[in-house]
Design a protein around this ligand. Structure first.
Ligand SMILES: [Zn+2]
Length: 188
C-alpha cells in the first residue's frame, strides 16, 4: 500500500522549460525487465546478471509468464524531449477539459462544442480524462501537463473531486499568463 502511494506520487510528465514557441519535458519511461530463461528470474536495467540478447518486457508480463524477481531493484528512468508548441490560433477558442467520468460520461466536451456551434469564434475542444481521478491524479499520472503546454488553450475547465487545481498546475498556468483562476477552471 505504501509502495503504491509512493509510486503514485512520481509524476509521469515534468515540464523542464517552456516559452511561447516550445516546451521541454521529462517523460517517465515504462519499466522493463530482462528475462533470464535459464534461472526463470527477471532483472532490472543495470543488474550485472543481465546478458545481451535477453528479451525485455514489463514486470507484470514477466510475472504472468512465471518468471520470479531477482533481488535487484530498478530506478525510474526519464527521457527528455523538446517539442514545438502549436501556433496561437485567434480564429478559435481552445478548450481543454481535464477531468474524470464527470467530464466524459455525459460527453461534456461534445456538448460544449455543440452549444457553441454558431459562435463567431468556434470552440476547439479536447480532453484529458481518467476514471475516478482527482486533479492531482490527472496531473501526476496523465500527460495533462504536456497537453496544456503543447497548445495555447484559452480555457482549462475541470470537474473532479478536488476543489481547485493543484499548486503545480496553478504554477504552470500562471507562468503562461493566467488572467484568473476560478474554482473549477483556469482561464489562460
Ligand atoms: Zn538482477
Amino acid at each position: 500500500m505504501i509502495l503504491a502511494l509512493l509510486l503514485a506520487l512520481i509524476p509521469r510528465i515534468e515540464i523542464v522549460a517552456a516559452n511561447d514557441v516550445r516546451v521541454t519535458y521529462r517523460e517517465l519511461l515504462p519499466r522493463r525487465v530482462a528475462l533470464d530463461s535459464n534461472t526463470r528470474t527477471y532483472h532490472f536495467k543495470g543488474c550485472p546478471q543481465v546478458r545481451q540478447g535477453e528479451e525485455w518486457v514489463s514486470p507484470a508480463a514477466a510475472t504472468l509468464r512465471g518468471f520470479h524477481r531477482h533481488t535487484c531493484v530498478g530506478g525510474d528512468e526519464y527521457v527528455t524531449k523538446t517539442e514545438a508548441r502549436a501556433p496561437r490560433d485567434s480564429a478559435h477558442i481552445g478548450v481543454l477539459f481535464i477531468g474524470n467520468s464527470l467530464t466524459y460520461f455525459n460527453e461534456m466536451p461534445k456538448m460544449t462544442s455543440a452549444i457553441a456551434t454558431n459562435e463567431r469564434r468556434p470552440l476547439l475542444v479536447e480532453q484529458v480524462t481518467m476514471s475516478g481521478a482527482s486533479l492531482e491524479d490527472l496531473w501526476l499520472q496523465t500527460d495533462a501537463p504536456k497537453r496544456i503546454w503543447e497548445e495555447h488553450w484559452d480555457w482549462l475547465p475541470s470537474a473532479t473531486k478536488s476543489a481547485c487545481f493543484p499548486s503545480a498546475a496553478r504554477g504552470a498556468a500562471n507562468s503562461i499568463g493566467t488572467a484568473s483562476i476560478q474554482t473549477s477552471s483556469v482561464r489562460i
